[in-house]
Ligand binder design. Sequence first.
Ligand SMILES: [Zn+2]
Length: 533
Amino acid sequence: MDELVIRGGMILDGTGSEPVRADLAVREGRIAAITPHHSGPARRVVDARGLMVAPGFIDIKTHSDFTLPYAPRAESKILQGVTTEVVGHCGFSLAPVVPGRARLLQEYLAGFAPWIETRETTFAEYLDGFPATAVNTIMQVGHNTLRLMTVGMDDRAPTADEMAVMQRLLAEGLAAGARGLSSGLFTAPGSFARADELHALLGTVRRHGGAYATHLRSEAEGIFEAVREAIDASETSGVDVQIVHMKLSGLDNRGRAGQLLEEIEAARRRGVRVSCDAYPYTCAANPLRNLLPLWVQEGGLAAMLGRLRDPAVRRRVNREIDERGLTSFGRIASWDAVSISTSRTRSGDAGRRIAELARDAGAEPIDLVCDLLEADAGATFVVVCSIDEADVQALLRSPAVLVGSDGRSVSPDSVAGQGRPHPRFYGTFPRVLGHYARDLGLLSLPEAVHKMTGAPARILGLADRGLLREGYRADATTFDPATIIDRATYDDPHRYPAGIGTVLVNGVVVADAGQHTGALPGRVLRRGPGGIA
Ligand SMILES: [Zn+2]
C-alpha cells in the first residue's frame, strides 16, 4: 500500500516544464508513481487541489551547519519548502579539527555564531556524528578551517609541510563524502592564500571528483578581478566552480550586474563549468569585524582587539574606510547602511543602525564600532545594505544564477535564532516565487522552481533528488501559487512565509498544512561514485 498520496495538484517536476495535473504516490521514502488518477489504497491522502507540487527546494548556499545541531527541526527552511541544504560554505566548516586547535576555530567562528562549541574531530567522524535533522545536508570542507588547522591566522604562505597537511585533511573529507572545497577569500585567513595554494588544493579536489564553491575575494571594488580568479581556478584545475551569494556591493558597482554576467556567460560558452547563486535581497550580513581593513584581524582575535584599542589605529581604520570603502562591501553613503543583527552585549540594540547609535552616544561611528567589537569579543554580527535592486533582479533573471539563501536554519526560540537575523533565513524561496516570479513577472514559475530544484540538483550531481520522477527520493513541497510570499522583514525577521502546504523529506511529512510536525527524517548526503546520495 502507498503510504501517502498527494492528490489533485499540479506537478511542477523541476525541469522547467509547465505544470501538469497528476497525483503523486509515495512508498518507502520514494516517489512510487506520478499518475493522472491514483487508484488503490493509501494510508494518507493529501488534497492538493489548487496547489503546485514541486520537488523539495534545494538551498545550495547556507551556513546551517552552525545552527542545525542547536535547531534540528530547521523551521525557517522547512516552512519555506526547503528539503536539502548545502553547508560548509565560504571557507567555514566545523571539521576537520586537529588536536589543540578546537579553541582557535571556536573563537574564529564566534563572529558568526557565538553559541558554537567546537571539538577535535575528523571529517568522517563529524559526518557520522551529525545529529538527526529535518532537512538533508550536503557538507563541504572549508579552506579557512584548513588554514586555521595548519597556518593559523598568520598572513603568510603555508610551508611545504603545512600544505601537505591541508591536502591530507581535504582528501580525508572528500573520501568521507564531502561535496568539495569551499573558500572564503574575502576574509582572513583565506584572504592570505595565493593562487598556487588554491591550485594545489583544487588538484586534490579534482582527484576525488569534488567541486569548488567560492566566496569571492571581493564583492565590491575588486569584483571583476575576483570573478576572473574564480573562473581561472576552474579552468586551470578542471573543477566545477560555484560563485556563492553573487552580488555587487557598494555605491561604485551599482548597475553593473549585466556586465558581470556577461563575463560569466562568456566563460560558460567556452566550456568552463561555472555557476552562481544569489539571494533576493539588497542587504547582506556578516561579522562586523569583516567590514574593517583585513590587516586588522592578522594574528587572531586578541591581536585585533588590542590593535583596536589604540586611537591612532582607529583613525587609520576610519581613513581607509573613507578612502576605499568597507572591506567586502565597498563604499557606503554612511554608517546608516550598517545595523546590528546580533550582539552579545547590546542585544537590545538589534536592528538599530551604527550611525544612529553613534549619534545617540555622542560618539564617532568608528569608535562605536571598535567599542562594540571589544565588548562582544569580536562576535558582533551586522546587516549591511549596499546592493542595488536592479542588480538583484538582473542576477535572478540569469539562467546562470541559482537561488541560495545564504541563510541558516533557525527558529525564533532556538539559541541559534537570537537577535535579528537577515530575513533571507525565513523568506528567500517564497520571495522568489511570490514577489519576483508572480508579482513582478521577472521569471516564470516553472523557471523559478527549476532554479531551486532541477538546476541545483544537476550542478551538485544529486543521484535521485531535485526532480519529481518515479523512483526518486520523495522530497517534495506543495505551495499555493496565488498566496505564496515571504513575510520576514529586517525589522521583524522571525516570520514564516505564507503559502507552503505539505513538505516531505525522504517521504516523511515534515510540514503538514504549513505546520512543522517535529519529524527529523533528514540525512547527511555523501558524494560517491554515483553522485551525491
Ligand atoms: Zn560567504
